[in-house]
Design a protein around this ligand. Structure first.
Ligand code: ARG
Length: 395
């Protein structure tokens, strides 16, 4: 009889997995729930794990690690997959694996299981990271192996007398500090507007406050350090911003997304803090970095986001991209001011001690120090090759 460490969310899939692993493989099951900021009752999850047959349950608070070692790099990278998705679910997976592997090594478990289906990205993220950190372990997903549908899973869990609060929700939800991912149900029709019931963190435009609210984010070397003039650690800054921006309906994303397994899927997200922080950070970079860095870094950030999305957290390319990204952040210090109103966020101001913006250069007033006469020679040289081409080939 061996041991399996199961990454346990407390939901139906992973709850049914406990009994299934014991029956099918005769393994003892050790459950690990990692707190990455999901709004859950962890006591209740623990009780459910034990009543479903877990031998030993671990609850690991990894919020700070999640913010410092995962979310922060994503902010510095302006991390959006396909320019839309702030990677909340994708970022948490490698951290959950790290914690499960720690437990597996400690408990001398030879297998690590997770609750992903065979159609998504998460199985890829979980298993590549497990194999990279603990090559001897056997990584598997019960949900992918059994052929129970939701009703049969429910029946299976009920038969075992496990108390599970089955949400009547048609949606599949994954939640952490950086955002809430919503899939399935009516959302599977990409033409259907997401119904209000899909949302939990953000107000609708209609119910959002009738007057705007301003927020000011201060960054030091690319790190958000203060909200509205008050210094806060990253976890509480993100939590507070989720509440403030969520109240104004900011951070809803409706995305037709390319999964790594080739499927196109309709994904809906709520990510108020991510939405504000990514926009503010990118804006401050525009004030403090040169055009050449900005343009090159945009590609690096997209590469980084794709790598993370596609489950290759373990790939050394990530370390190399991060070395570059980090090297650009020294000057990214300053503040950005945004206006939140009825589902919209607008950047309305920015300032920095490292600003490359010079009013005496850009101004149209008589204060200008820019020598316009030099523009004549510049234009002649700048267009030289283009003009020779047109002379030779016509228009
Ligand atoms: N499409 C997102 C991703 O792959 C979110 C997946 C969310 N999972 C869920 N069970 N709702 O990162």
């Amino acid at each position: 009889m061996g041991k399996t460490v199961l990454a346990y969310s407390g939901g139906l899939d992973t709850t049914a997995s406990i009994g299934w692993i014991k029956e099918k493989y005769g393994d003892d099951v050790i459950t690990v729930t990692v707190d990455v900021g999901q709004q859950e009752d962890f006591k209740e999850i623990e009780e459910r794990a034990y009543s479903a047959g877990s031998l030993k349950h671990y609850i690991i608070d990894a919020k700070e690690e999640f913010a410092k070692n995962f979310i922060l790099m994503s902010i510095k990278a302006n991390g959006l997959y396909e320019k839309k998705y702030p990677l909340a679910t994708a970022l948490a997976r490698p951290l959950i694996v790290m914690k499960a592997v720690e437990v597996a090594k400690k408990e001398q478990a030879s297998s690590i299981a997770h609750g992903s289906t065979g159609k998504g990205n998460d199985q890829v993220r979980f298993e590549i990271t497990i194999k990279a950190l603990y090559p001897q372990a056997n990584a598997y997903s019960p949900v992918r192996e059994w052929n129970m549908n939701r009703e049969e899973e429910l029946e299976y869990v009920k038969k075992k007398g496990i108390p599970i609060k089955v949400s009547k929700s048609e949606f599949s939800i994954d939640e952490n500090l950086w955002g809430r991912s919503i899939e399935s149900g009516r959302l599977e029709d990409p033409w259907t507007e997401p119904p209000e019931e899909a949302f939990a963190w953000t107000s609708s435009q209609k119910s959002a406050p009738d007057s705007p609210e301003y927020v000011e984010i201060e960054f030091e070397h690319g790190v958000p350090v203060a909200l509205n003039g008050k210094r806060e650690d990253l976890v509480s800054l993100i939590k507070n911003l989720n509440l403030i921006a969520g109240k104004h309906g900011v951070g809803r994303v409706d995305h037709l997304e390319d999964r790594v397994v080739g499927i196109k899927s309709r994904e809906v997200y709520e990510c108020p803090a991510a939405s504000v922080l990514l926009a503010a950070h990118e804006d401050l970079e525009k004030m403090t970095l040169t055009k050449s860095i900005l343009w090159f870094k945009e590609n690096v950030g997209q590469q980084w986001s794709t790598l993370v999305y596609e489950g290759l957290w373990a790939d050394p390319l990530r370390n190399s991209l991060e070395a570059f990204i980090d090297s650009t952040q020294a000057a990214v210090t300053g503040s950005v001011r945004l206006k939140l109103f009825k589902g919209q966020q607008s950047i309305v101001g920015r300032k920095s001690p490292n600003s490359l913006y010079r009013k005496q250069l850009s101004t149209y007033s008589s204060m200008s120090t820019f020598d316009q006469k030099q523009a004549v020679g510049f234009i002649n040289l700048w267009g030289l090759q283009t003009l020779v081409y047109r002379e030779v080939n016509g228009w």
